[in-house]
Structure formats: C-alpha cells, structure tokens
Design a protein around this ligand. Structure first.
Ligand SMILES: *[C@@H]1O[C@H](CO)[C@@H](O)[C@H](O)[C@H]1NC(C)=O
Length: 423
C-alpha cells in the first residue's frame, strides 16, 4: 500500500568517514599526522630527484630517512589507534574518568565505525492524524518538543503483536515521531500498513545487522537499527526535541513521556524487571544522581538499560561523533560516553527516581506456528486462506501441505476431515 517510495538515504562517502575520524583526533595528533605526511613526502621527492650518477650515494642517503620514516610510521599508527579508541570510548572527556580508565581496552575499533550501514526508508509520514490525546485536542499540544521514539524491531512471531500493543500506548502521546527500524533487508508492507493506520507520525526503515555480526554470540541486536535512527536524526539536522530508545517489548507508563519531554541534556530513571534485582536505575541523593543500582556492572560507567534514559537533541548535536558500538552489553554505556555526559548533569526523573515508569517486560520467543492444510482449501470458500496468509505475512505462522500433523478442525467437540468442512 503505502510502501511505494523506497528511497535510500544518501550513502556516506568514505571521505566523510575519514573526516569523522579526523575530527575525533585532538589537535596534537592532527599535527603529527600532518608532520608525518610532510616528512615521508619530502623523502620520496629527494630520492626520486637523484640523478643516475648520484644513485648509489642517493640510495644510502635515502635508506636512513626511509628507516626513520617506517619507524615513525609504526609509532604513529600505534599512537593514533590508541587515541582513536580512547576517544571513541569517550574516555577523553568527562570529569570522573580516573576510576575506570583502561576498561574496554579490548574494544574492536570496527565496532565503532561511523554510522554508515545500509538504511532504507520504507515509508514515512509527518502528518499527525490523531484528533484527541488524553482528553485534549491535538492542537493544544503544538508547543511541546517532539519526542523521537526509536524502536528497533526484528522479524519473529511476536513482532506484529508487540508493535500493535506499543502503538496503542503511543497513540496517547502527543508530539511524538515514531522511528521504527526493522532488522531485515526488505521492507515489510504489513508494517507500513499497520503504522499508517494509527495516524502517529512515523518513519519505517529497514536497517539489517551487518552480516559479520549475525552469527556472533551474543549478537549485537538492535544496534544497526538504533544507529540507523541516529543517522536519520543527524541527516534531518534535528536540534530540537528528545531522543528515547523504546524497545517494542517494554511497558511504558504515560507519565514517562511528560517526564522525558523536559530533558535538558540527559535524563535518567529506573527501569523495572531488569536482571537479578528486577530493577536498574540511578541512586539519587539530594536531587542528584550519585551512583547506580544494577546487578551487572562489568566496568560500565553508565550501568543503565536502553530504556532508562532520554537525551535532548540540542545537547546531542554538540557531539557529531555520537555513536553506538556493536558491543553487546555495552551499547548504553558507550553511547552515553560518546556524548560526554557528566554524572552531575544527569536529570533524575520519576519523582527523583522513586517511581518505575517503564518496565522491561519481555515476551518469550517461540518458534513459528505450523498449520498443515491443503492449498486447495486456501481459497475464499472460508476465512482460513486469508487468515493464514495474514499470519504468514506477519511472520507468526507458516502454512504447509506436508510437514507436521494435519491441522485439527473440529465441530461439536470432534475433529472433522478438512473436506467435510471446507469443500
Ligand atoms: C528531588 O529532590 C530534591 C532534593 O531533595 C528536591 O528539591 C526536589 O524537589 C525533588 N524533586 C522531585 C520531583 O520530587
């Protein structure tokens, strides 16, 4: 239906990627870089200018600078790599680095590449077709900052039910743009249709996890999707509004949205049903965040759940190298490090973090349903053809003629042959 336009976001050139890296380098390093180029440049020039007569002497003369150059180059690479990694981790800034400097040394640099994966926009709508929200007409909310609600999702049988349930929460939330990023190659028309129906402004995109991470255990799930959303935000030059990462399987209290809308830099709040303590969130004293309660610390400076913070876009815009790495378990921590937030700047929400406004309710993932039914009965003589085909589109069940046991169709408490009911 609405998936007619399937446009690619402009791919980032590798030059731009280099620029990103260049920007990350502090001034001193840039100077070294320049110096090196100059150095090796003049060396080659000197050698190639040597006349045949001078060639022998020249070769020896060239050898020393060459060896020097190579050594310098090695030293340079070493320096640059470590500095880049440090900066990528955000260890270069912030006020209280000293505690945990040196953790995450194992971070694969590739995991922190600029946001340059494939992103396709499947369909998009900026129109808010809702008329009323929470007993007020839509027009009365016009002045509020927009919440960019980023939902990574992936094909599984719970996908459509979860998105439906989430949509019905978001229907009550004014001034919200829903960024739904699906972890697959092709746009799912069913999701387009679904999102369009709600009248909430949305962008539906596909942002598949890069192939090399697919078989990693654990795989960095949802990262490509969130990175795609970050890229979308950057490409739209949005410097007003609030970013929130809201998974499709969480439960959101409507008060959460009014709480995060006020975010100046970064706000944080407790998330229920996380790990061993069934809670994860800031420790607050005298209205300030001073530490964190979470059963899995693992060196994380920000041991928070993805749903436990919101970021002002105005603040984030100051950090063009904002990023989320492909490092399972450390996505939140490294994302927050990449925007250099300081503990004393965090805005505690939810009545000084005493209330739980978001819950990490997970749905158990089960295998696809299998319905064995002869294809000749999938026509319009009954509802079953349309119903089962819809379930296939939604990724909930498959129809088969050969696998599994014949689907039971019963009447008056007794299973009947398909021919009796469907012929
Ligand atoms: C949070 O605590 C501070 C300090 O006790 C207090 O001034 C402030 O009013 C509290 N905020 C809320 C929303 O309760």
């Amino acid at each position: 239906m609405s998936s007619a336009h399937y446009q690619a976001l402009e791919p980032q050139t590798s030059d731009e990627d280099n620029e990103d890296i260049e920007q990350r380098r502090p001034k001193q390093q840039q100077h070294h870089h320049y110096h090196l180029r100059n150095h090796s440049g003049s060396t080659t020039t000197a050698c190639s200018l040597a006349t045949p007569v001078m060639a022998r002497k020249g070769r020896r003369r060239c050898l020393l600078p060459l060896v020097g150059g190579v050594l310098f180059f090695i030293a340079f690479c070493y320096l640059t790599l470590s500095v880049d990694t440090r900066l990528a981790l955000g260890l270069g800034g912030g006020s209280d680095d000293s505690d945990d400097e040196g953790s995450h040394n194992d971070l694969d640099r590739n995991n922190f590449r600029p946001l340059n994966e494939t992103v396709h926009i499947c369909s998009e709508s900026y129109e808010d077709r809702r008329q009323f929200m929470q007993d007020k007409p839509n027009s009365e909310y016009g002045q509020l900052p927009v919440i960019y609600f980023v939902t990574p999702t992936y094909p599984r049988r719970e996908q459509i039910p979860e998105l439906t349930r989430l949509a019905h929460t978001l229907l009550h939330v004014p001034r919200l743009h829903w960024l739904v990023a699906d972890d697959q190659q092709k746009c799912n028309d069913f999701i387009d249709t679904l999102l369009n129906r709600f009248g909430i402004p949305f962008t539906h995109m596909v942002s598949p996890m890069p192939a090399k991470f697919r078989f990693a255990d654990p795989a960095p799930r949802g990262v490509a999707n969130r990175r795609a959303a970050l890229r979308w935000l950057r490409q739209h030059n949005l410097t007003n509004g609030v970013l929130y990462f809201g998974d499709d399987d969480n439960t959101y209290d409507l008060r959460l949205f009014s709480e995060i809308r006020k975010t100046q830099r970064v706000s944080m709040f407790p998330v229920g049903l996380i790990a061993d303590y069934a809670i994860s969130g800031p420790v607050v004293r005298k209205g300030k965040v001073v530490a964190f309660l979470d059963s899995w610390v693992a060196g994380r400076r920000w041991p928070v759940d993805m749903a436990g913070f919101a970021v002002s876009l105005e603040y984030m815009a100051q950090y063009p190298n904002v990023n989320m790495p492909y490092k399972p378990g450390y996505e939140e921590d490294l994302f927050l490090r990449s925007i250099n937030v300081r503990m004393d700047e965090i805005e505690p929400r939810g009545n000084n973090c005493t209330e739980v406004l978001v819950w990490h309710t997970q749905t158990k993932s089960k295998k696809l349903g299998v319905v064995r039914l002869e294809s000749k009965y999938l026509d319009d003589r009954s509802n079953l053809g349309a119903l089962l085909r819809n379930l296939e589109l939604m990724g909930v069940a498959t129809i088969t003629e050969s696998e599994s046991r014949t689907a039971q169709i019963s009447k008056n408490g007794k299973a009947k042959p398909h021919s009796v009911i469907l012929s």
